[in-house]
Ligand binder design. Structure first.
Ligand code: IMP
Ligand code: MG
Length: 173
C-alpha cells in the first residue's frame, strides 16, 4: 500500500475548513463553556487545530475507542480512555477524525449520553456516508468523501501516516 503524489485534501484546504468550523462552533456555543472530547488517537491533530479557532472557553477531555484492525472494521468498540470527570450538565462536543460505519461514534455517544450532558454534539473532519451501518449524524462535518481508505492529518493505517499535513488516499501499489 502506498499514498498518491497529490493529496485528496491539501493542508491549506484543511486549515481553511477548520477555521470555518471553529467560527461556526464559537457562534453556536456563545456564552457557554464547551467540553471538547477528541477521540484518540486519530482526532488529536484535527482537535488541536480546531480548538485554537474556538473563542468560547474550552474544557478538554479525551476518549479512546478501539474498533479498527488494519482497513477492516470489526464493529466491536472497546473504551481504553474515558473522561476524568462526569459529563453531567456539560455542553459536550465529540471530535472524530472520520465517520465510517458509525459503530465507534454511536458507542461513544451512547456512553457519554449516560452521563446526562446538557447537550451532546459530534464534529468529524471526514464523513464517508456511503459506508454507514449505524444511524449517526455529525452536527459539524469538515469534508464528505467517497468510500476510499484515507490517511494523514491524524488518520492512520496500522499507526503509520498520522503526521502528514494533508489527507491522502491509500492505494494498492
Ligand atoms: P467506524 O466505527 O466504522 O465509523 O470507524 C471509525 C474509525 O475507523 C475512525 O475513528 C478511524 O480510526 C477508522 N477509520 C475509518 N475509515 C478510515 C479511513 O479511511 N482511514 C483511516 N482510518 C479509518
Ligand atoms: Mg484509527
Amino acid at each position: 500500500m502506498e499514498i498518491g503524489n497529490e493529496p485528496l485534501i491539501g493542508a491549506d484546504a484543511i486549515q481553511a475548513r477548520v477555521e470555518d468550523l471553529g467560527a461556526e462552533i464559537s457562534e453556536a456555543y456563545a456564552g457557554r463553556t464547551l467540553t471538547v472530547i477528541p477521540v484518540l488517537k486519530g482526532a488529536c491533530l484535527f482537535a488541536a487545530d480546531l480548538v485554537r479557532h474556538v473563542s468560547v472557553p474550552v474544557h478538554l477531555e479525551f476518549i479512546r475507542a478501539k474498533s479498527y484492525r488494519g482497513t477492516l472494521s470489526t464493529g466491536a468498540v472497546e473504551f481504553t480512555v474515558l473522561p476524568e470527570c462526569s459529563m453531567t450538565g456539560c455542553d459536550v462536543l465529540v471530535v472524530e477524525d472520520i465517520l465510517d460505519t458509525g459503530h465507534t461514534a454511536a458507542a461513544i455517544l451512547d456512553r457519554l449520553m449516560a452521563d446526562a450532558p446538557a447537550s451532546l454534539a459530534l464534529c468529524t473532519l471526514l464523513d464517508k456516508p456511503s459506508r454507514r451501518v449505524r444511524e449517526v449524524y455529525a452536527d459539524y462535518v469538515g469534508f464528505t468523501i467517497d468510500n476510499r481508505f484515507v490517511v494523514g492529518y491524524g488518520l492512520d493505517c496500522d499507526e503509520v501516516y498520522r503526521n502528514l499535513p494533508g489527507v491522502y488516499v491509500l492505494e494498492a501499489g
